[in-house]
Design a binder for this molecule. Structure first.
Ligand SMILES: [Zn+2]
Length: 351
């Protein structure tokens, strides 16, 4: 063999080796959505008909050219929480799978019936709150079947999960994240690091979530009870889609991609965090009309009036007051309230 032929032969062997490495990484599937390494694919996760009519969940798989963790980003668990939904539309365009190590699963709108039906909290189909029915049931009502699909197709395939929320269509909100502690030190540290990396400067510490993976209730807790770090973020309010909210989500996602070393470059400096270890959600004692008297982010004393509740004729029913001194995380900013629904959340740093 002449030297002339030897060089192309080595080149060919190198190409074959590179190709077999790519094959070894293989495609990544969520439902019927399949992406090869270095590619993105979008499509629908089908929730079949059951005791009620089924639905579809729009998802994108961004499958990096290189190995790395699988990060699931879930928007639209509550369909009237728009800022994260709009942010994932932007993220899908921004991320180049050739430059990515690992895989991102974008769940664009987890709760399409609620999104299209413009409902806060509850599904228009079965009246259930998707973020209270996890891990879901294959033979349950629609919200339970959506939860089951996300548990088995998305959370089961992810190494880390972010459930992206904001103030619902009726809630004015100051941005913050939730860090749920499980009591498992290593897992808690990984989730804590995610919450800090996401970059919102207030983090509420939650310690009362169920430990049973079969009764995980919440999206983030479904990941946590399966040993995977997870956080919930809150960035946006009352149906708004402005850049002040959307860019907070985008920034948080890019920060996490740095944190997990899924993209190259240095992670941005982490801002100081206010940890909020005591919190209380004030619920409406009756059905009626709510008039908020505070703004989100406002500092309140114990007993500060948060708002008043009236009947449908304007007669006062109740005064809602802060249970302790702290900060207003969110407050209902539109008139209708039903008995038992949240009116406001107050939290405070460790004493
Ligand atoms: Zn929500």
């Amino acid at each position: 063999m002449t030297r002339k032929l030897l060089f192309p032969l080595f080149g060919l062997l190198f190409l074959l080796a590179a190709a077999s490495e790519a094959t070894a990484r293989g495609p990544f599937r969520v439902g019927t959505v399949e992406a090869d390494p270095g590619k993105s694919a979008s499509g629908f996760l089908v929730v079949p008909d059951g005791v009620d009519k089924g639905t579809q969940i729009p998802v994108t798989v961004i499958h990096g050219a290189e190995d790395g963790p699988v990060l699931a980003l879930i928007a639209g668990t509550h369909g009237y929480e728009y800022a994260p939904i709009i942010a994932l539309q932007v993220i899908r365009r921004q991320i180049d799978p050739h430059e990515l190590s690992g895989t991102i699963i974008l769940v664009h709108v987890a709760n399409l019936p609620s999104f299209l039906g413009r409902t806060v909290y509850y599904s228009p189909v079965d009246g259930k709150n998707l973020n209270r029915v996890y891990p879901g049931k294959a033979d349950g009502t629609l919200s339970e079947r959506i939860a089951h699909a996300i548990t088995t197709e998305v959370i089961a395939r992810a190494h880390a999960v972010v459930d992206l929320h904001c103030g619902d269509g009726n809630e004015a909100l100051r941005p913050y994240s939730y860090w749920t502690k499980t009591g498992k030190a290593e897992l808690d540290e990984r989730s804590r690091a995610m919450a800090v990396a996401f970059g919102l400067d207030h983090i509420v510490i939650v310690t009362d979530r169920p430990a049973d993976p079969q009764a995980s209730v919440y999206t983030d807790n479904t990941a946590l009870t399966r040993g995977k770090p997870a956080i919930t973020t809150e960035t946006g309010q009352i149906g708004e889609t402005g850049p002040e909210w959307v860019t907070l989500v985008e920034r948080g996602v890019w920060n996490l991609l740095h944190h997990f070393k899924m993209i190259s470059g240095d992670a941005p400096a982490v801002e100081p965090v206010v940890w909020l270890d005591k919190n209380e959600v004030l619920r409406s004692p009756q059905t009626g009309i709510f008039y908020a008297t505070v703004k989100p982010g406002q500092t309140v004393a114990a007993g500060t009036l948060l708002g008043t509740l009236t009947d449908f004729f304007g007669n006062p029913l109740a005064e809602i007051r802060a249970p302790f001194a702290g900060m207003v995380n969110y407050v209902v900013a539109t008139p209708p309230v039903s008995q038992g629904e949240p009116l406001a959340m107050v939290s405070r740093p460790p004493m």
